[in-house]
Ligand binder design. Structure first.
Ligand SMILES: Cc1cc2nc3c(=O)[nH]c(=O)nc-3n(C[C@H](O)[C@H](O)[C@H](O)COP(=O)(O)OP(=O)(O)OC[C@H]3O[C@@H](n4cnc5c(N)ncnc54)[C@H](O)[C@@H]3O)c2cc1C
Length: 416
């Protein structure tokens, strides 16, 4: 009989690097209202329940729809959207939800951003009373999964030039008409999940007062002519699916248009509002990476002592804390400004610009501090590092935020 081979060091317990630590060095969140803390606690409970299954989902590139539905059951999708039919959530609580969920798993964080930040917000801002009556609750509780389709294969940063069209087609000579939607969309979260897609399209109706305007339409994903294909080979946010969508003369009733939408500025209004959420998500990712690096450095022995005892390691941890604290301060101030109704879109841009860049730095340092284990999925850091790449790009890339800020501080547009 031969014993199972045991390699030196194999008997050592796995490093505990997933525990939450006290990372609030400046007591940025020490004085928050009880109601906001309760929402934060709820987000933690959700993460503790659902996040463990997401590592396997990420590895297999599967989107567990029950994770999205549980998010609705925990009432964590409302993203601070103000509407009498929705649970009230302060901007601070909404930010903490984005942070905590991304700290657990980036794909889950993106579900909040898509289902709540983009789709629910669009319905709440621009839908008719009937549309809101029909869709707000099911989207808020995630019994219907919802997508927001603005980006096209040929139009990302310049989505203002979108080419998808919506034509009115009158059939019997009366004023009655149907809409016919034609075009394609790319990168659409929840775009192939069986629910509804809010499609932004350009009106093609010479003579109509909304001709050439950009409006938004509610498109059930089982509509004939709607084809959502999951984008494969994605190395970031692998636990949620984004779709490439073809709209091949999709016919919709006249009341499918959201009456509050008239121009591209309406789409921008939604994007500005969700930009703060991305800054908070970046903080969540960075917090998880910092916690992992600090815990690992305390436990991992090299040269007969913990990594944390080496001067260079301490300096790197300090740089991480420096970035993390700045991110927290940005986020807290964003929430205060928003609560006071004083948040300017470019202030949200600056927070997104700073925080996704800082999160990238923190993730890269954490990855390195974990040595070879840093590239193993089971240690979590490499997954956060990959997921940060997506949030660095969506809701406006780093360069687009810089252009928005540059225009604000100089008064000169450098977009083209
Ligand atoms: C994971 C993921 C999820 C997404 N989810 C959604 C969704 O649910 N709904 C949706 O509508 N969209 C979604 N998007 C799309 C996202 O908003 C776009 O990817 C983003 O706006 C950038 O567009 P692009 O990828 O076409 O890059 P491009 O616009 O082609 O940009 C490529 C590079 O060029 C730079 N660049 C572009 N213009 C300029 C300029 N004028 N000056 C200097 N540099 C410039 C950019 O900063 C970038 O570095 C998602 C994207 C990703 C990756």
């Amino acid at each position: 009989m031969t014993a199972d081979p045991v390699f030196p060091g194999e008997s050592v317990d796995r490093y505990d690097i997933r525990s939450r630590l006290d990372t609030d060095y400046y007591a940025v969140f020490a004085d928050i209202p009880d109601a906001d803390r309760a929402v934060w606690e709820r987000a933690r409970e959700y993460v503790d329940e659902v996040a463990p299954m997401m590592t396997a989902a990420w590895d297999r590139a599967e989107y567990p729809l029950q994770a999205a539905r549980r998010l609705g059951e925990y009432d964590l999708i409302v993203d601070g959207i103000e509407h009498p039919a929705l649970t009230r959530m302060s901007p601070l609580a909404a930010g903490l939800v984005n942070m905590e969920i991304s700290r657990g798993d980036g794909s889950l964080g993106t579900i909040v951003a898509v289902q709540g930040g983009l789709a629910l917000r669009t319905l709440a801002l621009f839908g008719s009373a009937q549309q809101q009556e029909r869709w707000l609750k099911p989207v808020a509780d995630a019994s219907v999964l919802a997508a927001f389709a603005l980006t096209e294969p040929d139009h990302g940063s310049d989505s203002v030039s979108l080419e998808t069209t919506a034509r009115r087609v009158r059939t019997d000579g009366s004023d009655a008409f149907e809409w016919v939607i034609r075009g394609s969309k790319k990168w659409i979260g929840n775009g192939a999940s069986g629910g509804i897609t809010l499609v932004w399209a350009r009106i093609d109706d010479e003579g109509a007062d909304d001709h050439d305007g950009v409006r938004c339409f509610i498109v059930p994903q089982d509509s004939p002519g709607y084809q959502g294909t999951v984008i494969e080979g994605k190395a970031s946010l692998r636990g949620i699916h984004q779709a490439h969508i073809r709209l091949d003369d999709v016919r919709l009733p006249a009341d499918a248009v959201l009456p509050g939408t008239r121009t591209f500025k309406d789409a921008s209004t939604v994007l500005y509002a969700t930009r703060s959420g991305v800054a908070w998500s970046a903080l969540g990712h960075a917090t998880a990476c910092y916690e992992a690096a600090l815990s690992y450095a305390m436990q991992r022995m090299q040269f007969g002592r913990p990594l944390a005892k080496f001067q260079m390691v301490q300096e790197r941890l300090t740089h991480m804390l420096e970035d993390l604290t700045a991110m927290q301060l940005y986020c807290r101030r964003l929430a205060d400004l928003e609560l006071a109704g004083a948040l300017r879109p470019t202030q949200a841009s600056l927070a997104k610009f700073h925080n996704t860049r800082a999160a990238r730095r923190i993730a890269a340092t954490a990855r390195d501090l974990l040595g070879g284990n840093g590239i193993l999925l089971e240690y979590g850091v490499i997954q956060h590092m990959a997921d940060i790449e997506a949030i660095h790009t969506y809701e406006g890339t780093e360069s687009v935020q810089a252009l928005l800020l540059g225009r604000d501080i100089t008064g000169m547009s450098a977009f083209v």
